[in-house]
Design a protein around this ligand. Structure first.
Ligand code: GLY
Length: 567
């Protein structure tokens, strides 16, 4: 099924009409494509222009890695809320020859970071410092990540980055939700910046269809095009970042930038009911936790239960509760902390963890105070496949919506507020309500724990589904549920993406149900003893599924401006 949503521009009532899977990328004339089925290759991402940039590269003969790089740079321009070069992420790649690769370009704590840097003299957490402004930023990894991926591509960076340069230089029409986001953050952009960024409109509020031009960002992208990763981590861009930090009280130094390295990690690969799940290892907590959840699910008759029934949600929420308890205690950057990975995914251990599960009854997560979960949890995901069966799954982030809200003066890109993903103090919840301990304490040059879970499901040794989502800690539960929906509940990709999701993360001891959840099921869950809280959207999942006949269905989430493209 293919569904196109047409935008109507407020000013001049100009209709966006062109199809994003054509070979040109028209930034003033585009549609959101929620589902598309194609024969050769596809991209699903958070923005139609980013998906179109990736699909354009596929048409030009690039492989999935080339297309992913073009998508990443385009997202940095057209989706400033979460697309980025000032953040970091994880990429999972399956090459057509069967090689599995995972690239970690998570941000790092700056060299001057230290354990109690977000505590006052009485030991109270100062979460505004880990979440807002210059001190909230880790050393960005995204550009290093793209160059680490480039060796698996077939095209040169100048071709892959050009769509992003054009979009930044010549501008594009913003969507209604982007206009709302920019307007909502105007005060923050003025408060946290020493140079007024392009995101601030002085004369009036942003409206759908307004043109956003980002000249400074275009120049930064051109330096990356000319000089490679050095065009970001050294020279003029590094100077602009360090000067911005000095003006605003941040601590990222020239050495932090120069020494940043993306790392290839040993992928997580395990069996789930005859499918192989290929996903991201530490410093993503997502891969280990999804492995725990799926292996535990296998011990119960989940596939005999009904999707989102009280019985299924009860079981899955109790699995989620226990896995998140482990996340808080044990997981952190493996370069700094010895994480008992094997023990955590051992099936006897997982069986033991469920010994106190009583079907039909809510468990409880006592003794640690409740965290709070804000609405904005902006990360972004894209999935790509090409005609040869190379597949890429990437989740990338600046953490909160518009990150630290600091735009590097004269360089035009937003910095992350990823330092908040460290545990600033044992037991104190971060912006996602997640608690951590020693394993994830702040330390110079350490990577903060992440929930990002880019994943590829293999069937008969070939990519079958490519998936992932933003959503802070809900990333892990959304990926878990999407896999179960596809494999156990045999859902279409469309339904697996769009049907309501739920979330339990141990602390706070709350079961979150997404809008649209069946009211009778909610009542049954309350009767079991769950404290239920409604949530707006959970995640923005992008799934690409390879059908039995070899065609490719790409589904972009209904919850945002997400869009699929292919040919
Ligand atoms: N910043 C969200 C995450 O990495 O989990």
């Amino acid at each position: 099924m293919r569904k196109s949503i047409l935008f109507v521009l407020v000013s001049g009532a100009l209709l966006f009409s062109c199809r994003p899977d054509s070979s040109t990328v028209d930034p003033f004339n585009y549609v959101q494509v929620k589902d598309t089925t194609v024969s050769n290759g596809a991209v699903a991402s958070a923005h139609p222009l980013a998906s179109a940039a990736g699909a354009y590269i596929l048409r030009k003969g690039g492989n999935a890695v080339d297309a992913a790089i073009a998508t990443q740079f385009a997202l940095a321009v057209v989706f400033p809320e979460a697309g980025n070069i000032g953040g970091g992420g994880f990429t999972v790649i399956r090459l057509k020859d069967g090689t599995n690769i995972t690239i970690d370009y998570r941000e790092k704590a700056p060299g001057k970071a230290f354990r109690d840097m977000y505590l006052d003299s009485a030991g109270n957490p100062l979460l505004n410092l880990s979440q807002d402004g210059h001190l909230a930023s880790g050393v960005p990894g995204a550009v290093a990540g793209m160059f680490a991926a480039l060796k698996y591509g077939t095209m040169k960076i100048d071709k892959l980055i050009q769509p992003a340069i054009d979009l930044a230089e010549k501008g594009f029409a913003i969507t209604a939700s982007e206009a709302r986001g920019l307007n909502r953050h105007k005060e923050d952009f003025l408060k946290y910046n020493t140079v007024v960024p392009a995101f601030v409109r002085e004369d009036r509020e942003w409206q759908e269809g307004d043109t956003l031009i980002q000249t400074d960002l275009a120049n930064t992208l051109k330096r990356i095009k000319e000089e490679g990763a050095k065009g970001f981590y050294e020279g003029e861009t590094a100077k602009l970042i360090v000067e911005e930090m000095e003006r605003g009280g941040g601590i990222i130094s020239y050495d932090d930038l120069k020494n940043y390295e993306a790392k290839e990690r040993e992928p997580i690969l395990f069996d789930y009911k005859g499918y192989e799940i290929l996903t991201m290892p530490l410093p993503s907590s997502g891969g280990i936790i999804v492995e725990q959840m799926l292996k535990t699910s296998k011990m119960f008759n989940l596939d005999q239960m009904k999707f989102n029934s009280a019985e299924a949600v009860n079981l899955m929420a109790e699995i989620e509760r226990r896995s998140f308890a482990d996340r808080g205690k044990y997981l952190g950057d493996p370069d700094f902390y010895k994480v008992p990975v094997k023990a955590l995914v051992n099936e006897d251990y997982l069986k033991e963890r469920m010994a106190d599960f009583v079907p039909g009854k809510a468990g409880n997560s006592k003794d640690i105070k409740e965290g709070f979960i804000p609405e904005s949890e902006e990360t972004t995901h894209y999935s790509v496949i090409d005609k040869d069966g190379n597949a890429v799954s990437t989740t990338t982030t600046i953490n909160g919506g518009y990150g630290s809200r600091v735009v590097v003066g004269h360089a035009g890109f937003l910095m992350n507020n990823e330092m908040d993903d460290f545990s600033v103090k044992p037991g104190v919840p971060n912006m996602f309500g997640a608690v951590g301990q020693e394993a994830n304490a702040v330390q110079a040059n350490k990577r903060m724990l992440s929930s990002m879970t880019p994943t590829i499901i293999l069937k008969d040794g070939k990519p079958w589904a490519i998936l992932g989502t933003p959503g802070g800690t809900t990333i892990i539960t959304s990926v878990y549920q999407t896999i179960v929906d596809l494999i156990d509940f045999k859902m279409s990709a469309h339904d697996a993406v769009n049907k309501p999701k739920f979330h339990h993360q141990w602390l706070p001891d709350v079961l979150y149900l997404e809008k649209g959840f069946d009211e009778n099921v909610q009542k049954s869950l309350e009767a079991m003893g769950y404290t239920i809280k409604p949530r707006g959207a959970i995640g923005r999942t992008e799934v690409i599924l390879v059908n039995d006949d070899g065609t490719i269905t790409a589904v972009a989430d209904r919850r945002g401006d997400d869009s699929a493209a292919g040919y």
